[in-house]
Write a protein that binds this ligand. Structure first.
Ligand code: PGA
Ligand code: ZN
Length: 412
């Protein structure tokens, strides 16, 4: 039987220049699985703790103190690896060792198993016979916590090339729209410097509506028909605007204050006016009822939970019961281990909740989320458009499109 023969953790740096953890899991002294851990800026309250006390060094110490417990385990036995992690830290939120520990060891072990078995990672994460490509969802314009002061309150405007017939077409459409949007922004705003947000979307000093108008114009200039070839989506990351004391959403740039009811009207108007196909965290992380209203009103739009559901199976059950979303973000490090995240995905799939596997705003050049997105039957893969840490994922998607194991693009 193949066995994990060594594990080595180290501190490296993410796309924001912050320290993070990288782990090598080696099988039979030969097959190296390597994973590094991303970090969020708009972090949901119910996410697990990425690093104990916010310190990657403490997570590394936990790896050094405990790695021997994993030696001898079959790297493909994800449940056994997860259970071993749980013997070390059984807190709900991995506060003793950090979710990063669980994230890195489980993914690196599976990567090591994939090398040992000479099969791609996505194949060992599922036994589904029919796999499809998720549609790459790209950030073209950033605001909120991902960009500087003066940028839109909406955290992300996203392009979804759902009319594409192939991964290459889809990826090229996203590049084209991102490039054309830059031209539109230069024409519109003399102060635009070409600055970009954490995830590579443009970061202009304009308001929400101007940002959406410019994004629509970029698509139209290229001859793409909104709603047919491509559609726009948004991530409002609404918990970052919500002030629980006055129970209002505070829009600093647009100088608006909205209560829950007005927020629903505001989002409904954006969906209708810009034909949005995708809206993430339209209301704050505890507002299951408000999200239900939107889910009910727009059954054909991806009404998506991110901070709402935080890749947490128990919270997803609550969202399913209250019909608060029809789609949910999967970010492995919101959950902790890959095992936790796959449990979440299974629960989502069994309840017709569409999965969107997503990067974080602080990323590394790893690309395992592409495999995770395919194996979990994700409808979309939120991996950005430009920037080395985004491109590494897009290029992995291109490589995987050579596999005829996967039967074309998913249909929305
Ligand atoms: P992050 O958020 O900054 O926490 O990665 C991105 C998102 O809200 O989707
Ligand atoms: Zn989000």
């Amino acid at each position: 039987m193949q066995k994990i023969t060594s594990i080595k953790g180290r501190l490296i740096y993410d796309s924001r220049g912050n320290k993070t953890i990288e782990v090598d899991v080696i099988t039979d002294n030969k097959y190296v699985g390597r994973t590094s851990v991303p970090s969020g800026a708009s972090v949901g309250r119910n996410e697990v703790i990425n690093f104990p006390n916010g310190k990657p060094e403490q997570c590394l110490m936990a790896i050094n103190d405990n790695y021997k417990k994993f030696l001898g385990i079959d790297p493909i036995d994800l449940k056994c690896i997860h259970d071993t992690i749980r013997e070390i830290d059984n807190t709900d939120n991995y506060s003793n060792i950090g979710g990063a520990f669980a994230f890195a060891i489980t993914i690196a072990a599976m990567e090591s198993a994939s090398k040992f078995l000479h099969v791609p990672l996505f194949k060992i994460l599922t036994n589904k016979p029919k796999l499809e490509f998720p549609i790459p969802l790209g950030n073209i314009l950033g605001g909120g916590l991902h960009a500087g002061i003066g940028t839109p309150d909406i955290q992300e405007i996203l392009i979804c090339p759902h009319g594409s017939k192939s991964i290459r077409d889809a990826v090229e459409i996203n590049f084209n729209v991102h490039k054309e949007l830059c031209n539109v922004l230069y024409e519109k705003n003399l102060n635009f410097t070409g600055g970009r947000s954490d995830e590579g979307g443009w970061a202009p000093e304009i308001n929400n509506e101007e940002a959406l108008e410019a994004s629509c114009k970029a698509c139209e200039n290229l001859g793409y028909v909104l709603g047919k070839d491509v559609s726009l989506g948004i991530d409002l990351a609404s918990s970052t605007q919500w002030d629980p004391k006055c129970e209002q959403y505070i829009y600093k740039h647009n100088k608006l204050q909205l209560d829950e009811e007005k927020q629903i009207e505001f989002v409904s108007d954006l969906i209708e006016r810009y034909k949005l196909i995708y809206v993430e965290d339209a209301t704050h992380q505890d507002s299951f009822e408000a999200m239900h209203e939107l889910t009910n009103k727009f059954p054909n739009v991806f009404i998506t939970g991110d901070d709402l559901t935080t890749t947490n199976k128990r919270i997803l059950s609550h969202a399913i019961k209250s019909k608060s979303c029809n789609a949910a973000i999967l970010k492995v490090n919101q959950a902790g281990s890959l095992y936790d995240a796959l449990q979440f995905a299974q629960h989502a799939n069994e309840n017709d909740i569409k999965i969107i596997t997503s990067h974080r705003s602080g990323e590394t050049i790893d690309s395992q989320i592409v495999h995770i997105g395919i194996s979990t039957g994700s409808k979309m893969l939120k991996i950005g458009v430009v920037g080395g840490e985004r491109i590494s994922k897009i290029n992995e998607l291109i490589r995987l499109s050579e596999y005829d194991l996967i039967h074309g693009m998913t249909q929305l």
